[in-house]
Design a binder for this molecule. Structure first.
Ligand code: ZN
Length: 346
């Protein structure tokens, strides 16, 4: 049984979402736009996302560029196709601003626009060719995770996803060079899919703060995609933020108790490392999966998202308020924390 959120808290949360910055630090938006374009659809952000973004008062969405296993043989082209498709999709939208600088971010906040910042969920597409980071930067990419869950030329992720099995291995020499290069370029680093060994190594070599865009607490739900208490402490100590993931398999909400599980993760994280180091990074994938399935003539069997769409984000904030979290803590974690981080990283 999930939490029943009272109307008064929903009203309070909706108001907060309109008055304060709201950030979703992880969405496979570019990939979905490309999939839907291939199926003949256009204006994807406008038709599938805009209204929900507005309901939640979203000011910044991080669009990841995620290359599927099946496209790895043409990873570079696929990544560039995604970036191009997303830019074209939002080019005519006065409500949307691509974020490439601190000034862009400030403009999005002042003019109440939806900022979209592009970052790489894995750098398979560059292989060991670190100079390709310059090209990605030129194209507007402002951050990256070295790897998705799998292993690549730079690092090893946390699992073989299809077999639900943990994998091991440290950052490679090229991976260490990539970290240095990203820091030179002022691209932020995301550790959400990195394995424990890589995380520990990164703590030693990174000179700038890094974040986990879409990970929960491993104490609340034991999954290698979530952070241990030790990792949470290390992340916070170097100025990082963890974005709460809204996937059933990562939140561990298998009995339909989605809001309750999301609240339990967030409350634990706030108690452990403070509200300044917690955020939202929902990784809502159902819309992407529907687009992918439709393209191959199938229907996806299961929905993975804890929230129906972005319009439901205030309901989670309302649940946190109802369960006793302070208004100021909720205000920080719905967006201000990530905004402050990106103002610095940009
Ligand atoms: Zn991910």
């Amino acid at each position: 049984m999930d939490i029943r959120v009272k109307e008064e808290y929903v009203r309070q949360a909706l108001k907060l979402h309109q008055e304060s910055p709201v950030v979703d630090a992880h969405l496979d938006l570019a990939g979905e736009v490309l999939l839907r374009n291939l199926a003949g659809e256009h204006d994807v952000v406008k038709n599938h996302y805009l209204a929900h973004f507005r309901t939640a008062g979203i000011n910044l969405v991080l669009s990841s560029i995620y290359v599927e296993n099946g496209s790895l043989d043409r990873a570079w082209d696929n990544a560039l196709d995604q970036i191009k498709a997303l830019k074209e999709d939002v080019a005519g939208m006065k409500e949307v601003l691509l974020i490439q600088s601190k000034a862009d971010l400030e403009k999005a906040l002042e003019e109440n626009k939806i900022g979209i910042m592009i970052y790489m969920e894995g750098l398979d597409c560059i292989g060991e060719d670190i100079d390709r980071l310059d090209i990605l930067y030129e194209m507007g990419v402002r951050g990256a995770a070295l790897t998705w869950s799998r292993a690549n030329a730079l690092a090893t992720g946390c699992c073989k996803a299809s077999e639900h099995r943990q994998i091991f291995g440290a950052l490679t020499e090229a991976g260490i060079r990539a970290v240095k290069k990203m820091e030179e370029l002022s691209m932020f680093l995301d550790v959400s899919h990195l394995n424990d060994e890589g995380f520990e190594q990164l703590c030693r070599i990174a000179e700038k703060s890094f974040i986990a865009t879409h990970s929960g607490s491993r104490r609340i739900y034991d999954n290698y995609r979530n952070l241990t208490d030790e990792q949470m402490n290390a992340l916070a100590a170097q100025g990082g933020i963890m974005g709460m993931n809204g996937c059933v398999y990562i939140a561990g909400s298998f009995e339909g108790n989605h809001l309750e599980m999301l609240c339990r993760h967030i409350e634990y994280e706030v108690e452990k490392i403070g509200a300044k180091h917690v955020g939202y990074g929902f990784d809502l994938c159902d819309s992407y999966d529907f687009a992918k399935a439709a393209l191959s003539g199938k229907r996806p069997e299961k929905r993975y998202d804890c929230l129906l769409n972005h319009g439901q984000i205030p309901l989670l904030s309302a649940a946190l308020l109802q369960r006793g979290m302070g208004l100021e803590d909720v205000r920080c974690l719905i967006g201000e924390n990530f905004i402050n981080f990106f103002k610095k990283s940009l």
